[in-house]
Every structure is written in structure tokens, then in C-alpha cells.
Design a protein around this ligand. Structure first.
Ligand SMILES: [Zn+2]
Length: 149
């Protein structure tokens, strides 16, 4: 699991990642193409953003439920893998395309995304022994990275 700084930066950057196009752009260096089941287009369709690190070049993260998956094989189907690991993800269960959501529906999605982030942050904090209120306070002030560094 990512540390709190990574989690914070992902949460604040991923509000743009409702866009399929931006998610797909994140896979510019993705190795699986053409004949594979996990092409950039399919990865993006399943809600994933490519967030590689030096040691883990194939880590992807769902912009919505923030689950991380790695160790991809050419035949892996991203939607199936996502569903297996995070069956209740709000992105997977979304009935419409993002561009068709009403403003109210969008804000209810964002509220759920915030809730997931706060729960995840709490788990990370438990591991790192930081106080719980930091995450909420950091989010509220919009200076998450600064406060928690
Ligand atoms: Zn998800």
C-alpha cells in the first residue's frame, strides 16, 4: 500500500481522472499493446491510471477506489481483475458514461471517492502512527502534502 504522501497526491490529482482520455494518456509507456488484453485503452476503460515507480514499473491504480494492482500479464482483462479485487468500486458500478452524469450525480461520486480516501488514509496512518485528524484537516486545507510531510 502506498504511503500517505502518495495517497494524498493521488487523491488530489485523480479528480481529473474521470476522463477516459487522461487515464489513457497515463499509459504512454505501458508495455502491453496490440494483441494483449490489457492495452492502454482497456486499462483506462477499467478506471486505471498508470503510476509506475522505479521498482514497480507496472503498478496501476484505480482513480476512484484507489486500489493498486501490479504484475500484469498480456492476457489479463483489466475490468475482470478490477472487479475481482474491488467488487464495490463506484466507478465499476457507475451506470452511465462520465460525460452523461448530472452535476448532482457527479458530486455524489466525489463524496464517495472522498470517503474511500479518508478510510484508506486512516489505514495508512494506523501503520505509520500518525493521528487520524491529520488526513481530514489536510484535505480540508487543501495542503495535504505540506501538512503531512
Ligand atoms: Zn476502482
Amino acid at each position: 500500500m502506498a504511503n500517505i504522501e502518495v495517497l494524498n497526491s493521488r487523491f488530489s490529482l485523480y479528480d481529473k481522472m474521470y476522463s477516459h482520455e487522461l487515464r489513457e494518456h497515463s499509459f504512454a509507456d505501458w508495455p502491453f499493446r496490440a494483441e494483449c488484453s490489457c492495452t492502454p485503452d482497456k486499462m483506462a476503460k477499467a478506471g486505471f491510471v498508470h503510476c509506475p515507480s522505479e521498482n514497480e514499473p507496472d503498478v496501476v491504480c484505480c482513480f476512484f477506489c484507489l486500489i493498486e494492482l501490479e504484475g500484469w500479464e498480456p492476457d489479463d482483462d483489466p475490468w475482470t481483475e478490477h472487479k475481482k479485487r474491488s467488487p464495490n468500486c463506484g466507478f465499476l458500478t457507475m451506470k452511465k458514461d462520465f460525460t452523461e452524469l448530472t452535476v448532482a450525480e457527479f458530486f455524489s461520486m466525489e463524496k464517495e471517492r472522498l470517503k474511500i480516501y479518508l478510510v484508506k488514509g486512516r489505514h495508512v496512518e494506523r501503520d505509520t502512527n500518525q493521528s487520524r485528524s491529520h488526513v481530514a484537516a489536510a484535505w480540508a486545507s487543501g495542503a495535504a502534502a505540506e501538512v503531512l510531510s
